[in-house]
Design a protein around this ligand. Structure first.
Ligand code: FAD
Length: 302
């Protein structure tokens, strides 16, 4: 039984299923990871989890873990009163920095070790980076603690510069991330909020393939039409291109018309940009035309 429906829970489920071990997956939310993913995407992942014969229990919490006479897990009891026998319980309900040992150190702590943009704590010559570091002020839409590998690496690079005398602030740039939900690759660039956390100005365009588990959601500003971010499932997109479009504050029309430049699927994969643009034009009553892929634009930006 796995408790907690996030990236690590689904990774553990995939690993157990790859060895033909039956899995029951307890997820507190009404749909998988719907605090992060928009509804259409979350729904598609629910379906994919079930296709992998994982017993997905939505809106279900862990109430108790029962042990046998040897102290080993033998069952879990859910908040719905159901007892599920098991040999192993995977607790994947989130991470928090393990900083108890710093309690008496005089270092200012929150959920993590508090740092400024130079990754300095309140004590001279003591810095914190990686999963344990908590920014005093969140940077843009980012969380004060970001437990992902690439921000840890960027903090490491920044701190190396600082220690070598080049005092630069930590600047993680535009948000991006990638992961895998069983067979489906996921990428995100910029900000696409879930239906639960979406801001007033954020408009979504969602396209899903009629048969395959492939979809995208593009977020843009309702008023200015500024492109805010994209989530892709089952289609690989170029990080560089979206990073550039975000920096150049491109509008949604530019992004949709140049989508072929962003596609990074390997050879012989079916392209879907034309279908996506047709759906966009239909939904938003626009007459955008797909531009031919240009290597010049891709590599030189012109
Ligand atoms: C199962 C799993 C899957 C993940 N998948 C992804 C992913 O796909 N993409 C992604 O971006 N991120 C992923 N992450 C997050 C990523 O692993 C972390 O963000 C990254 O490892 C953080 O690096 P770090 O150096 O800050 O901490 P860690 O890698 O946790 O290293 C901290 C080290 O400090 C040691 N330590 C702790 N306390 C003490 C102490 N008191 N004294 C001495 N040593 C101590 C620990 O033992 C450990 O070796 C995943 C995490 C997990 C757990």
């Amino acid at each position: 039984v796995i408790v907690g429906g996030g990236l690590i829970g689904i990774e553990l489920a995939e690993m157990l299923r790859s060895r033909n071990i039956p899995v029951t997956f307890l997820v507190r939310e009404s749909s998988f990871w719907n605090g992060v993913l928009p509804e259409g995407e979350s729904q598609m992942i629910n379906e994919h989890i079930l296709e992998h014969h994982i017993d997905l229990r939505l809106e279900t919490n862990l109430a108790e873990i029962q042990s046998d006479v040897h102290g080993r897990a033998k069952a879990v009891v859910t908040d719905k009163g159901e007892t599920i026998p098991c040999d192993l319980v995977g607790l994947t309900a989130g991470v928090s920095p393990n900083i108890d040992f710093l309690g008496d150190s005089g270092i200012v702590l929150g959920r993590g070790v508090k740092v400024n943009r130079y990754l300095e704590t309140n004590i001279d010559d003591v810095y914190a980076i990686g999963d344990c570091a908590e920014q005093h002020e969140a940077i843009g839409n980012r969380r004060p603690i970001e437990a992902v590998w690439y921000t840890g690496r960027m903090m490491g690079e920044t701190l190396a510069q600082i220690l070598c005398g080049n005092k630069i602030p930590y600047n993680p740039g535009h948000w991006f991330n990638s992961a895998k939900f069983l067979d489906i690759e996921y990428q995100t660039y910029g900000w696409v909020f879930s239906d639960l956390t979406k801001k007033e100005n954020e408009m979504h365009f969602h396209w899903r393939h009629p048969k395959e588990k492939i979809c995208i959601t593009v977020a843009f500003d309702k008023e200015s039409r500024k492109f805010l971010g994209i989530n892709t499932f089952g289609i690989r997109m170029r990080h560089d291109i979206f990073d550039r479009w975000l920096s150049e504050a491109r509008d949604i029309d530019h992004v949709m018309e140049h989508l072929k430049d962003a596609n990074f699927d390997p050879e012989f994969y079916d392209p879907y940009e034309s279908d996506i643009l047709t759906a966009f034009n239909w939904q938003f009553d626009t007459q955008l035309r797909m531009k031919k892929k240009s290597w010049q634009r891709i590599f030189n930006g012109t």
